[in-house]
Ligand binder design. Structure first.
Ligand SMILES: *Cc1c(COP(=O)(O)O)cnc(C)c1O
Length: 485
C-alpha cells in the first residue's frame, strides 16, 4: 500500500516538476519573449494603429489547448492572431476612446510581481507590498488634495473603482433597500456609462436618476442642479449623491467642481467625482485650476492606465474619509483569523471587494520611481498642447468645423459636406481612416450629430503623430468629398 503511494507520487512528481522549468529552458523562453517584444517596440513607429483583416484572429482556434507546444510556435500564433488584427493600443497613433500606451517599466513590474507572486492583499502576508500600495494611494491622494485621513484602493480599472465608490457612498449614507426608489442621484447626460452600471450593481437600479442640464461646453450647470435638488426634496424624494465628471469621455468636460461641492456641503449630499480620464491633468500648470474643488469631494476615481500611461489593468478609487471605505468593505472570516496578527497598516483586502489579487502596485511604482514625477507632468502638458494644436490646425483644412475648445486632451470635430448627409459622410470618413491605419480615431453622437473625436493621451503621441493625423484627415475627406453625392 505504502509502496503503491510512493511509486505513484514518484511518477506524478516527475510530470508535475515540469511546471518549474530548468534554468536553460527558462532562459530560452524568456529570451524568446523578450526578442519578440523588442522587435515590436523597435518598430512601434512603423506599426499601424489599426489593422483591418478578413480573418480577425480566427486561426487562434487552430491551436487547440491540449498537447504541449514550443514557445516559437506559440509566439507565431500570438503574432498573427492577437498582436496583428484590430487596434494597436501601444501605438502613438491610437487617438480614439481614451488611450494610454502601456509604459515598458510596468511590464517589468508585472514580470517581477508574477515571478515573486507576493500577496499584496493583506499586511500579514506581504507587509512591504501592502506598504508600497499604501504609499501609492497616499501619493494619489496628495495629488488630488485629499487629507491624510483619506484612503483608497488600486483596482483593475475605472469601472470597478466607480462601483466601489458608489457602494461606499450607499453605506456611508446608510441607505435602506426599502427606500431605494426615493433615492436621487444627479449627474449629466455625459457621465460615463460605467457609472450607470455601477449604480445597478450596488443595487440602486430603482433610484431616481436626474440628468442635470449642461452649459454649451457640456459642464454641469450648478444652478440647475440646486434647483432640481430643492424640487426633489419638496416632492418627498431623498437626494443622495452627485456624480460629477472631471473629464468626460466624449469631450473632456470638467464639471464646475467647487460650485457643486458647495451645493453638496449645504444640502448634505455625497459628492463623487469620476476623474478616470482627466484626473491626472491636475498635475499640469495649464489646467490645474479646472480641478479646484475636487479636494472637497467625498470620493473620486482616477485611472493610471489612462493618465499615467500604464498598460490596461490599473484604476484607483480614493475616499476622502478613508474610514468609510473600510467600513463598507472590511469583513472577517474564521480562516483569516491569523492574518490580523500585529497589523500596522490597513490592507487592500479591507478596502475593496477583492481578496486574492494581482500585486498591481509594482507596475505603477516602478515607472513613477524610475522616471520621477516631472516626466509625467511634462508628458501630460504635451498632450494638452497637442490637442490645442490640432484644434487650430483642423480648422485650416477646408470643410472641417470643431466642437468646444478642448478643456483637456479630448475634442470633437466633423467635416461638413457641401450637400448630403453630414452624419453619413463623417461615418465614412472614420471608416476610411481606420482602413488606412496610420492613426485610429473614434466617433460619438452628440444631440443627434455625428462627431469625430480626438483623444490624445498615449505617451507615444507627439507632434509628428498629430501632423500625420491631420494629413490623413485631409486626404480622406478630400477623396470622399469628390465621390460624395
Ligand atoms: C475610461 C473611463 C471610465 C471607465 O474606466 P475603465 O478603466 O475603462 O473601467 C469611467 N469614466 C470615465 C470618464 C472614463 O473615461
Amino acid at each position: 500500500m505504502t509502496m503503491d503511494i510512493l511509486e505513484k507520487l514518484n511518477i506524478l512528481e516527475n510530470e508535475s516538476r515540469k511546471l518549474d522549468p530548468e534554468p536553460m529552458l527558462r532562459n530560452h523562453w524568456r529570451k524568446s519573449v523578450s526578442d519578440y517584444s523588442d522587435s515590436f517596440l523597435d518598430n512601434i513607429g512603423q506599426i499601424k494603429a489599426y489593422v483591418v483583416s478578413e480573418d480577425r484572429g480566427r486561426d487562434i482556434y487552430n491551436t487547440p489547448i491540449g498537447e504541449p507546444k514550443t514557445i516559437e510556435a506559440l509566439l507565431d500564433v500570438l503574432a498573427y492572431n492577437v498582436d496583428r488584427p484590430g487596434l494597436n493600443p501601444a501605438s502613438g497613433g491610437h487617438l480614439a476612446y481614451i488611450p494610454g500606451g502601456g509604459l515598458f517599466p510596468s511590464a517589468l513590474g508585472d514580470y517581477l510581481a508574477d515571478v515573486f507572486n507576493r500577496y499584496a492583499g493583506m499586511f500579514f502576508g506581504s507587509p512591504g507590498a501592502v506598504r508600497m500600495e499604501n504609499q501609492l494611494i497616499h501619493w494619489l491622494c496628495s495629488q488630488m488634495g485629499y487629507p491624510d485621513t483619506a484612503s483608497g484602493n488600486l483596482s483593475s480599472g475605472g469601472s470597478i473603482a466607480n462601483m466601489t465608490a458608489i457602494c461606499t457612498a450607499r453605506d456611508a449614507k446608510n441607505l435602506q433597500a426599502a427606500n431605494f426608489s426615493k433615492i436621487v442621484i444627479y449627474s449629466t447626460a455625459q457621465v460615463h456609462h460605467c457609472v450607470h452600471k455601477s449604480i445597478n450593481m450596488v443595487g440602486l437600479r430603482e433610484a431616481v436618476k436626474r440628468k442635470v442640464p449642461m452649459d454649451s461646453d457640456f459642464r454641469m450647470d450648478p444652478i440647475a442642479l440646486k434647483r432640481q435638488i430643492h424640487s426633489d426634496i419638496a416632492s418627498g424624494l431623498k437626494p443622495f449623491m452627485v456624480i460629477a465628471s472631471a473629464g468626460t469621455t466624449d469631450v473632456g468636460a470638467v464639471d464646475p467642481l467647487d460650485a457643486i461641492a458647495d451645493i453638496c456641503a449645504e444640502l448634505d449630499l455625497w459628492l463623487h467625482v469620476d476623474a478616470a480620464y482627466g484626473g491626472f491633468f491636475i498635475m499640469t500648470e495649464e489646467v490645474k485650476s479646472l480641478f479646484k474643488g475636487i479636494e472637497r469631494s467625498d470620493s473620486l476615481v482616477i485611472d493610471p492606465h489612462k493618465g499615467l500611461f500604464l498598460p490596461y489593468g490599473t484604476g484607483a478609487v480614493l475616499v476622502r474619509n478613508g474610514q468609510k471605505l473600510f467600513e463598507s468593505q472590511h469583513m472577517m472570516a474564521s480562516y483569516l483569523q491569523d492574518a490580523y496578527f500585529d497589523v500596522e497598516e490597513v490592507s487592500p483586502a479591507d478596502l475593496s471587494p477583492e481578496l486574492t489579487k494581482h500585486f498591481r502596485g509594482l507596475r505603477l511604482w516602478l515607472p513613477l520611481q524610475l522616471y520621477g514625477v516631472e516626466t509625467f507632468r511634462a508628458a501630460l502638458s504635451e498632450k494638452i498642447w497637442l490637442t490645442r494644436y490640432f484644434y487650430e490646425e483642423i480648422q485650416k483644412i477646408e470643410g472641417f468645423e470643431v466642437g468646444p475648445y478642448p478643456q483637456l486632451s479630448v475634442m470633437t470635430y466633423r467635416y461638413v459636406p457641401e450637400s448630403g448627409d453630414a452624419n453619413a459622410f463623417n461615418a465614412r470618413l472614420v471608416e476610411e481612416v481606420r482602413n488606412d491605419g496610420r492613426v485610429f480615431l473614434s466617433s460619438t453622437m452628440i444631440e443627434g450629430v455625428f462627431y469625430i473625436r480626438l483623444a490624445v493621451l498615449s505617451f507615444r503621441t507627439h507632434l509628428s503623430t498629430i501632423q500625420t493625423c491631420l494629413q490623413v484627415l485631409q486626404e480622406k475627406s478630400a477623396l470622399l468629398a469628390k465621390g460624395f453625392n
